[in-house]
Design a protein around this ligand. Structure first.
Ligand code: PCD
Length: 795
């Protein structure tokens, strides 16, 4: 009866519904210093936890002596694996069903791993105590590189596992090998490129932490923690501790950035909870920066070899990829259970490719565990990088314009819904439109001419133009495909309208900064004709919110956003019956008008009633046919993922003397279907592009041969600042998702996913004429200069 809003049609009816640039409700508390982050939480009698970490990457723990720490006045306890064993808490399951030590029992497997914990009356005493814990290590040879780890003589990292004879974790494959080989055999042209997606860290400004509070009077454990998935974490906490789920309360208060880092459970959370249980006092644990980078979930670390097969005139017929994945010391990647390589198999990208095949091997190394989805729907970032780099290499090989080769191979807009060679069902897209818009915004032809002119004039600064026309897959996900630890990846919303006409919406997801308290209220405002200011969005508390799977993989809009719209429509349906009662008309004759937000009698627009009047009726004069009250709940199992896309164009200047790269122009055209809040979307794009620049130009977690983390703090892990960020020019097209109730797709991750290949394509493009086909990330000046030097362009 109602297909929901159509593209851009409902902007600006003035109540803060779809498409309006409503100011962020949460910003009042953030910019006035009234946010409530985990480290702001203080409880009477609260103790502090500091973790003793291993300086070695691979070592047997022979003895731990905590007596000097315990003798200190303000130190309350020193905990080791032995203490945790007593309560059956010495190990915890990872999201990929591996078993990780909470505190090291026997052997350290990566530098800075958790060995013991000191609980003290204040943070300083805890830190002093930790320095006095003496650990006797027998140092073993480490292996940090995935290829080395798979050599026959490599040290065995997981010797506690009975069936583990080497460092191999799993093999995975996708697509049709034979069909792909056949296409490659027949191909007129093939290209191949090795490329590494270096190890990154999400590095949110707020590190991870928890305040655990065991209440022996209520037999209840309350944990305030930096969690992107409070309900899933409650279920896991309950399973690990044996405390029944209804006696565990997880609260995720304000979160200072998550970016996938706060999806897994880390030992620190469990230690804080165990300490609170044993000591019967609240216990706070908050990481320092280097602890966060060195021990919590890293991202990427894929070593890829990609190949394309094509006809002479550039029609891509096949894609092949082989990956070596470094998973660190435990298999603690954050992926849906059935996808060990996440959504990497979407590597056919935006192109209509006949045959595809991918294989991957994952290895343990003596490095921190991870493989989290850092601003990325699982492994889609690696997949997009692969295909967008390969397309550029093919364009150069055939000497055709990279924009033209994309246009030639795009899945045509009339082919949607489209099934890819690796089995993904794309909902909608118009790739050419987005590319054309980006080309125009970027003044592409002008820069191509300018590039040529500089080559001819042997200019000091070369110009490079890079394109990325990416497709994302977000909104995990349909229960039949996606689960985490067995729980289907639906999400939920619960909407209650009060007698005075305002409402509370409770959702299963929460915000880590991206503005749900505003945008989810906009969805309800749109669907009920209420004013956005009269809707409060609550999230992040498992005692009050309906069950949901959490915020990551740009899933909130596609899944919980859909649940909010459906819950609001259920309320609207009931509202009709109340309206009929109030207006003394038959229910079938009641119509809802999206523009005015009012209900009226068909053919008599004057006989109308607002949702506020209906709310009063629901509590004060409810019809006999209905229960009193006005509320609805929806658990939404999405029928499919959504597929946002875009085209980014980057123009860089490369200095032949220093290897420095300057951004001349940075254009980002995104399509996320119907847009809830264009201002928030623009902010999302800016933030994600900044992270893409960090990825392409600066960031990497590095290790030396002894397993020391050499890129484990902000002196060495370089985040971009305002200095490194150019002016972004953003644009959009609107191709609604046909299956989403409000036609929206996710958008938060698109810029981080789409921009690194555009940037690398641009820098490479500046040197293509001299024969450079690839530059590895991060493209620091020395890396770029080496390439310039190799092909005789350096000055
Ligand atoms: N939107 C709109 N419209 C549309 C879409 C969307 O408006 N169409 C908006 C919403 O509402 C939100 C945003 O936008 O607010 C986003 O969304 P999405 O895409 O759906 O997503 P979500 O789920 O919500 O979120 C998540 C994301 C992610 S994932 C990440 S990384 C990042 C992003 O988000 N993170 C962050 N963003 C952000 N921001 C901030 N501030 N902070 C943070 O932390 Mo992962 O997986 O986790 O890695």
């Amino acid at each position: 009866e109602d297909d929901g809003p159509q593209p851009e049609k409902h902007c600006g009816h003035g109540r803060g519904g779809m498409g309006e640039e409503v100011s962020r409700k949460e910003d009042k508390r953030f910019i006035t210093g009234r946010g409530n982050y985990v480290d702001d939480i203080k409880k009477p009698g609260m103790l502090h936890c500091e973790i003793v970490r291993s300086p070695h990457a691979h070592a047997r723990v022979k003895d731990i002596d905590g007596s000097r720490a315990e003798a200190m006045d303000d130190v309350v306890a020193v905990l080791t694996a032995e203490d945790l064993l007593e309560h059956d808490l010495a190990t915890m399951p990872t999201l990929m069903d591996d078993t990780q030590d909470v505190l090291v029992n026997d052997k350290v497997k990566f530098q800075s791993q958790e060995v013991a914990a000191v609980i003290a009356k204040d943070r300083y005493a805890a830190k002093d105590g930790a320095e006095r814990v003496e650990v006797d290590y027998e140092v073993l040879d480490p292996v940090v590189d995935a290829a080395d780890a798979l050599e026959e003589d490599a040290p065995l990292i997981r010797d506690e596992l009975d069936d583990q004879e080497d460092n191999h974790i799993f093999d995975w494959e996708t697509g049709d090998r034979e069909a792909t080989e056949a296409v490659f055999d027949d191909a007129a042209v093939t290209i191949e490129e090795d490329m590494e997606y270096q190890r990154l860290h999400p590095a949110p400004i707020e590190t991870c932490g928890a305040v655990a509070d065991w209440d022996p009077g209520m037999d209840k454990m309350t944990v305030h923690m930096t969690s992107q998935a409070p309900h899933a974490h409650r279920t896991l906490f309950s399973q690990v501790s044996g405390i029944p789920e209804h006696k565990v309360r997880i609260v995720s208060p304000d979160v200072g950035g998550g970016f996938g880092n706060k999806v897994p459970i880390y030992p620190g959370y469990v230690v804080a909870a165990a300490a609170s249980y044993v000591l019967e006092e609240p216990v706070k644990w908050v990481e320092e920066r280097s602890e966060n980078i060195q021990t919590t979930g890293f991202a990427r670390d894929y070593d890829m070899t990609g190949e394309l097969a094509a006809t002479e005139d550039g029609e891509i017929t096949g894609v092949k990829v082989d990956v070596l994945a470094n998973h660190g010391a435990y298999n603690a990647a954050a992926q849906p259970s059935k996808f060990p390589a996440g959504f990497f198999n979407i590597f056919t990208g935006s192109y209509d490719i006949e045959a595809a095949y991918g294989s991957l091997t994952a290895a343990f190394t003596n490095t921190a565990p991870g493989g989290v989805a850092y601003r990325c729907s699982f492994r889609v970032t690696e997949a997009v990088y692969l295909i967008e780099r390969l397309v550029k290499v093919l364009a150069d090989e055939l000497d055709v314009d990279p924009a033209e080769i994309r246009r030639k191979n795009f899945i045509p807009s009339e082919a949607f819904p489209y099934e890819s060679a690796t089995g993904w069902n794309y909902d909608s897209g118009d790739y050419e439109k987005a590319l054309d818009k980006a080309l125009e915004m970027a003044d592409y032809d002008h820069y191509r001419e300018e590039q040529q002119r500089r080559i001819e004039e042997d200019a000091d600064k070369l110009l490079g133009i890079g394109i990325s026309s990416f497709t994302e897959v977000v909104g995990a996900g349909p229960g039949k495909q996606c689960d985490i630890a067995g729980i289907e990846m639906f999400d939920s919303a619960d909407l209650r309208v009060n007698p005075t006409g305002n409402a509370v919406l409770r959702v299963g997801v929460q915000t880590q900064g991206q503005g749900h308290e505003t945008t989810f209220a906009q969805i309800v405002a749109e669907e009920l004709g209420m004013d956005v200011d009269s809707i409060t969005v609550e999230h992040g508390d498992t005692d009050t919110e309906p069950y949901g799977l959490g915020t990551y993989g740009s899933r909130s809009t596609p899944v919980a956003g859909a649940a909010a719209a459906v819950a609001a429509r259920k309320v609207r349906d009931k509202a009709k019956s109340i309206a009929a009662n109030e207006l003394e008309a038959a229910e079938e004759d009641i119509e809802w008008d999206r523009e005015s937000g009012e209900f009226h009698v068909a053919g008599a627009p004057d006989r109308s009633i607002t949702i506020t009047e209906i709310a009063a009726g629901a509590y004060m004069n409810h019809p006999d046919s209905e229960e009193p009250g006005l509320e609805a709940t929806n658990y939404y199992d999405p029928p499919e993922m959504t597929y946002p896309f875009g085209s980014y164009i980057v123009v860089v200047e490369v200095d032949r003397e220093t290897g420095e790269v300057d951004f001349e122009k940075f254009v980002a055209v995104d399509d996320c279907g119907n847009r809830i809040n264009p201002m928030i979307i623009e902010g999302q794009i800016h933030g994600g592009l900044a992270q893409g620049i960090g990825t392409a130009m600066m960031e990497e977690v590095t290790y030396d041969d002894n397993g020391n983390v050499t890129g484990g703090d902000f002196m060495n892990y370089l985040l971009p600042t305002a200095n490194e960020i150019p002016n972004f020019e953003t644009g959009h097209t609107v191709t609604p998702s046909p299956h989403h109730p409000i036609g929206a797709k996710g958008v938060g991750e698109s810029p981080t996913v789409g921009s690194p290949p555009a940037i690398v394509n641009a820098v490479t493009d500046a040197m293509t004429h001299a024969g450079v086909s690839h530059v590895e990330m991060p493209m620091t000046p020395d890396v770029v200069w080496e390439h310039l030097d190799e092909v005789g362009l350096a000055q």
